[in-house]
Design a protein around this ligand. Structure first.
Ligand SMILES: CSCC[C@H](NC(C)=O)C(=O)O
Ligand SMILES: [Zn+2]
Ligand SMILES: [Zn+2]
Length: 392
């Protein structure tokens, strides 16, 4: 978090006067927008108040009962041009409080200026950065031809199905006339800033195996467990090959390969009863270069080869493989990367390894970049003791 320029030199954490942008950030962190019962009402009130202070117009769109998108707007001087969307989610993931050194909703600041709170990196810092950037630009008397919209959305941390996924299909979104969007990325421990121009496709697959039941003392043929063993072997052998590919090619990052994890196993009722059904859940993240139809055929073949009565079903199947252009000829990328260059920022472009709301924005044809501008910061999203230094 960059202290405001108009206050001169950066404020040191031991200084009695904290930069107001940091104070605002800490206030936002104290609002408990944590799943499973996020206090969205309090967060929306906070955002409406800050928007009003900044002279931004405010609208709200209820995309399904209790799920409200808050839209703050800085009208451009040529509002007929397509707009810039600055998106952030309001909700944060749960905490294991016993593993935290400080209350995760107190926004405690230590003597180094590290602010501890759930959402410090993911992604309340980004929301406040958008707002504080507008505050600075307005204070400098700047106006821009394009309208800038800030959207604050619920539900991202549990898939965005009741948030951004619905919002992009609504007339209120179309009316924003978005040309280019920014959304969340990840911190980077080095001097470099990571910028995400695409995401892997999340596929959550449950494989169910049926087999012969019987007494646990006998050699029953064609059991569900034998079939499950073959299924797991096929999925995990593929996992190993992708892990090796990543390990042996320095040019690749996690987003460039396909990951597979066996995340749940179910079946069985008793030690001495051979069960007739077992199931396994796989979290698969598919690199954008993979042919999705061919990949599904591969999964079907693994299930067929495991024996009779092996089926799979999808619990998440994202099929859109749009990536945002990072060609120097692309006007949006040129503007974004040019601004980074002007600020002497080193930027590295990657595919986001997990899923964010950017996937819904890209799926309706809007270019979107995932960018949480935090360098020299360990990646602590969803982790215990998530923190961010007040100096950014
Ligand atoms: C597939 S919906 C779940 C979204 C979640 N996003 C993050 C950033 O953790 C994930 O990738 O698991
Ligand atoms: Zn996030
Ligand atoms: Zn998250």
């Amino acid at each position: 978090m960059l202290p405001r320029k108009d206050l001169g030199e950066p404020v040191r954490s031991q200084d009695p006067v904290e930069d107001p942008s940091v104070t605002l950030f800490r206030e936002y962190l104290r609002i408990k927008t944590v799943h499973p019962e996020p206090n969205y009402g309090a967060a929306i009130q906070f955002l409406e108040r800050v928007g009003a202070e900044l002279g931004l117009a405010c609208q709200k769109a209820e995309v399904c009962p209790g799920q409200v998108i808050t839209i703050l707007t800085w009208q451009g001087t040529s509002p007929q041009l397509c707009s810039i969307l600055l998106n952030s989610h309001i909700d944060v993931v749960p905490v294991f409080e016993e593993h935290w050194s400080h209350d995760p909703f107190e926004a405690f600041k230590d003597s180094e200026g590290n602010i501890y709170a759930r959402g410090a990196q993911d992604m309340k810092c980004v929301s406040i950065q958008y707002l504080e950037a507008i505050r600075r630009l307005k204070a400098e008397g700047k106006r821009f031809p394009r309208t800038i919209h800030l959207t604050f959305v619920p539900d991202e941390e549990i898939g965005g199905h009741k948030g951004m996924e619905l919002f992009v299909k609504r007339p209120e979104f179309k009316a924003l006339n978005v040309g280019f969007a920014l959304d969340e990325g990840l911190a980077n421990p080095t001097d470099t800033y990571t910028v995400f121009y695409g995401e892997r496709n999340p596929w959550w697959i449950q494989v169910k195996c049926e087999g012969n039941p019987g007494h646990g003392s006998r050699f029953i043929e064609n059991t569900a467990a034998e079939k499950m063993h073959r299924v797991i072997t096929s999925f995990l052998e593929f996992r190993k090959s992708e892990e090796q590919r990543l390990k042996h090619d320095e040019s690749l990052t996690l987003g460039d390969v396909t990951s597979v994890n066996l995340t749940m196993l179910n079946g069985g009722v008793s030690f001495n009863v051979v069960p007739s059904e077992m199931s396994a859940a796989f979290d698969i993240r598919i690199a954008p270069t993979v042919n999705l139809e061919a990949f599904e055929q591969q999964i079907a073949a693994w299930c067929r080869a495991a024996g009779e009565g092996v089926i799979y079903e999808f619990h998440q199947k994202n099929m859109d493989q749009c990536v945002t252009s990072t060609a120097e000829t692309d006007p949006w990328w040129k503007a974004f990367s040019g601004a980074c260059r002007d600020m002497n920022m080193t930027v590295k472009c990657e595919i986001f390894p997990a899923a964010t709301d950017s996937r819904y924005i890209r799926a309706v044809g809007c270019p979107a970049i995932g960018f949480s501008p935090m360098n020299r910061t360990p990646v602590l999203l969803h982790d215990h003791n998530e923190y961010l230094n007040e100096q950014g």
